[in-house]
Design a protein around this ligand. Structure first.
Ligand SMILES: Cc1cc2nc3c(=O)[nH]c(=O)nc-3n(C[C@H](O)[C@H](O)[C@H](O)COP(=O)(O)O)c2cc1C
Length: 277
């Protein structure tokens, strides 16, 4: 496994939609396949199945022209359940960050993809919330990439004062007071999210950090009317993954436990990172 600093990897990661049309090296394929094989459940225990596929062997993942040149796709399935999307987001992103650490490009696709033949391989109660191309980034201009980045304002992130709180999300906390949590919280802040909406909020408590969901009204309405995967809960799992990588790198070992308190200040508490001695 690589020794690269995952904080550095997360600082440099951005979505890649334009790839060199060649396969990734075999040793990297084996490494990613092994990781995918071991991603069998998330921090809350939902069963998952993940695998890296070559486009030509396994039928095409469709991307409606969003992605150019990719030879490999990471495809994952999850069993329906109350924490399914957070678990999927967390484990899928773990693999994508390892791909990034190997110098490869990735891009979460939760909307602009079709399942191809993978829909025929689903087991009872499973679905495919997202896929990602994995490949060698290409140089040069890709119109769809530029347009998507512009529309989503992908280079931007919300300011700290909108993200970081104390007292169960009720009091804003300044970045000077984050102490040991500074690096994990800033790593989580950089996480990718659907349409770059960044629905996560954090509350720093005495021996823990809570993560909550501040749902964008558009996604709330879409969830009610369309049969869409809950992309914003998947975003929460992704931010949890980035937080966790940085916390472990900063030697703040801990575990996630689910929260079930009601919405406070428009924020639904989801989980808590509790330090273990
Ligand atoms: C759950 C999820 C779903 C996404 N779905 C799509 C998608 O369908 N098509 C696309 O082009 N980008 C998609 N993205 C990529 C986001 O637009 C991108 O992460 C965001 O704009 C931030 O940019 P960055 O990843 O370069 O930091 C998705 C990202 C996430 C996390």
């Amino acid at each position: 496994m690589q020794r690269t600093s995952m904080i550095t990897v997360m600082n440099h990661r951005h979505s890649c939609r334009h790839f060199q049309p060649k396969p990734i090296p075999l040793d990297q394929i084996h490494e990613l396949q092994a990781m995918a094989h071991h991603a069998q459940k998330g921090p809350f225990g939902t069963p998952l199945r993940m695998a890296l596929h070559h486009q030509s062997e396994n039928g095409k993942v469709g991307t409606y022209g969003t992605i150019r040149g990719a030879q490999h796709y990471l495809v994952g399935t999850v069993q329906n359940g109350p924490r399914a999307m957070e678990d999927f987001g967390h484990q899928f992103h773990r693999i994508l960050l390892h791909a990034e650490a190997l110098g490869l490009g990735t891009c979460w696709l939760g909307g602009t993809f079709s399942q191809g033949i993978f829909s025929q391989e689903l087991r009872e109660g499973e679905f495919i919330p997202a896929v990602s191309p994995i490949g060698i980034p290409a140089e040069g201009f890709h119109l769809v990439d530029q347009a998507t980045r512009f529309v989503a304002q992908s280079h931007k992130r919300l300011p700290e004062e909108k993200l970081f709180f104390s007292h169960h999300f009720s009091k804003p906390i300044s970045s000077q007071d984050l102490e040991q949590w500074h690096a994990p919280l800033f790593a989580a802040r950089l996480a990718p999210s659907a349409s770059n909406r960044q629905p996560w909020r954090f509350s720093v408590e005495r021996h823990s950090v809570q993560i909550g969901l501040h749902r964008h009204p558009m996604y709330g309405a879409m969830l009610k009317t369309a049969k869409l995967a809950d992309l914003q809960r998947m975003d929460i799992g992704i931010a949890m993954c980035q937080f966790e990588f940085a916390a472990r790198e900063q030697r703040i070992p801990g575990n996630w436990s689910p929260l079930s308190s009601p919405i406070n200040q428009g924020i639904l508490p989801i989980a808590e990172w509790k330090v273990v001695a």
